[in-house]
Ligand binder design. Structure first.
Ligand code: ZN
Length: 311
């Protein structure tokens, strides 16, 4: 089944065409899946270094995970009840030689070969912070003061094909995670929301901080979204890039004890830890920079390049 593809607004479609013409994005033939040029990746790398630098100076420990998640972890996370429409699973061939031949023939003719594919123990990574919680839980009780993790710019997958260049199916989400006492976690989330605002504004982006909600699925989802908004669990940095609405370029999420309870993460006194995470969307921020300062980073204002360590 071919999924519905979200249409782009005229200025989003034009921006995408300009990015492709300039060679910054490399088309794959699937909406929302692009390669990046050297120029694009240079900016993205500098942004990643800037974010990891800010975190490292404040004591973050670097952990890195691959872009697939063990299926059991997805099952424990609650993601399938909140976002069943965005999740992706990894399938692989299970069969004999005759079935392999039929599968190959059907595939070569672009016919349906899905009946030979079985779910593996892996899913696509839906959020870069998900592997952090079980990894920290496995260490045992947290040290005094909790932990601060920099999970880096990790690939994440969201099944939402679109012709809007800001809405990718696979992109880099740079996550920072705090696991600690309730007060410390909330304070950290709010402090980083302000820091994120300062970082994006220093890059010349017209960013605003706002209370937000996730695109939860279905009727129950609308209630979850209202609660999330009323309790200010999710903050977002919005930047006008292209289209009728500004684009969320970073989010700051307070999970309270959701992951702590799910994975049994205990504070030094044995009570359940609270968690918060921040996600900076690398590609969206780079696209915001390209839209704001032009498609040639070498000609961006000196102060913006200096912020990215390219003085
Ligand atoms: Zn997260």
């Amino acid at each position: 089944m071919t999924p519905a593809v979200r249409e782009a607004s005229p200025d989003q479609a034009q921006f995408l065409a300009e990015l492709i013409d300039a060679g910054l994005l490399l088309e794959s033939g699937v909406p929302g899946v692009y390669g990046h040029s050297e120029v694009f990746e240079d900016v993205r790398d500098r942004l990643a270094d800037r974010l990891s630098g800010e975190a490292g100076r404040r004591g973050a420990e670097r952990l890195r995970f691959p872009p697939v998640l063990p299926r059991r972890q997805l099952e424990s996370s609650g993601y399938l009840s909140s976002f069943p429409h965005l999740a992706g699973s990894v399938y692989s061939f299970e069969g004999d030689e005759a079935q392999a031949r039929t599968q190959a023939e059907r595939a070569a003719a672009h016919e349906d070969w899905s009946e030979y594919q079985e779910p593996t123990e892996l899913t696509m990574m839906p959020a870069a912070c998900y592997p952090v919680y079980p990894a920290i839980a496995r260490r045992g009780r947290l040290p005094e003061g909790g932990v601060f993790i920099d999970a880096g710019g990790a690939w994440v997958f969201r099944h939402e094909p679109s012709h809007d260049p800001m809405r990718r199916q696979i992109f880099h989400q740079h996550e920072l995670v705090r696991i600690a006492e309730p007060d410390a976690v909330l304070e950290w989330r709010d402090e980083w929301a302000q820091r994120g605002l300062s970082i994006l504004r220093a890059l010349g982006l017209d960013a605003e901080l706002d209370v937000a909600n996730d695109p939860f699925f279905g009727r129950r989802g609308r209630m979850l979204a209202r609660n999330q908004q009323a309790e200010k669990l999710k903050l977002e940095l919005l930047v006008p890039i292209a289209g009728p609405e500004p684009t969320a370029c970073a989010s700051f999420n307070h999970h309270r004890d959701h992951f702590g309870a799910n994975y049994g993460i205990e504070l030094s006194d044995g009570t359940t830890a609270h968690t918060a995470c921040l996600g900076f969307g690398h590609e969206r921020i780079v696209l915001g920079l390209l839209r704001t300062h032009g498609l040639e980073p070498a000609r961006w204002p000196a102060e913006v390049r200096a912020e990215l360590g390219d003085a």
